[in-house]
Design a protein around this ligand. Structure first.
Ligand code: AMP
Length: 192
């Protein structure tokens, strides 16, 4: 059983209210299953929505934010734990270390960067933690199609493509998480 899940998501809320609603649904669902939320520590956008919903359900929320973003993204001061790191790299290494699984909600460059970083770490066998894309509203349809295109063009190995698990609802995420054995690796970011 997963103890902590890292949630990567936007610092914006998006135009359609469904994004915020699903972010809240995820935060609530993780908390009620006693799965701690590890996230970027911000008090804005979908990140705030996940954290608030998990806290409201008495969940554990661990924020990890680099010093440079403390003001810009308004570090959340009501979390179970807030870690302020010197750099973006140490932040991401710490999030990777603390999480047993990665869940990716809609987002922009920051979210995509985090997604591709954990995918490449997995591909390089630096960790074996599950990576789940929550494809709300078909938000990531084109990205998933593009990855299949990468495979068809011989740029991405089918085995590597399989690392990314695509889910279309919070229920689907929970179901898929239940089927995945707890990763045993102690990823400590030292190999990065
Ligand atoms: P975005 O999806 O662009 O709204 O970004 C979501 C969050 O990802 C940002 O607010 C940052 O906290 C985080 N993030 C992670 N890696 C980076 C990076 N290399 N540059 C900028 N933001 C990043």
């Amino acid at each position: 059983m997963i103890r902590n899940a890292a949630v990567f998501c936007a610092s914006a809320s998006g135009t359609d209210p469904v994004y915020k609603a699903v972010a809240e649904e995820l935060g609530h669902a993780l908390a009620t299953r006693d799965i701690g939320v590890v996230y970027g520590g911000a008090n804005v956008g979908l990140m705030q929505a996940v954290a608030q919903a998990a806290l409201a359900a008495n969940g554990r929320v661990i924020g990890v934010i680099p010093e440079i973003l403390v003001d810009r993204e308004v570090a959340h001061t009501g979390l179970t734990e807030l870690h302020i790191t010197n750099t973006m790299h140490t932040r991401k290494a710490m999030m990777g270390e603390r999480a047993d699984a990665f869940i990716v909600l809609p987002g922009g460059f920051g979210t995509l960067e985090e997604l591709f970083e954990v995918l490449t770490w997995h591909m390089l066998k630096l960790h074996s933690k599950p990576i789940l894309l929550l494809n709300i509203n078909g938000f990531y349809d084109q990205l998933v199609a593009f990855l299949d295109h990468c495979v068809a063009e011989g740029m991405l190995k089918p085995k590597a493509r399989e690392i990314l698990i695509v889910a279309d609802s919070v229920q689907d995420i929970l179901l898929k998480l239940d089927l995945i054995p707890m990763p045993q690796d102690k990823f400590d970011g030292k190999l990065l």
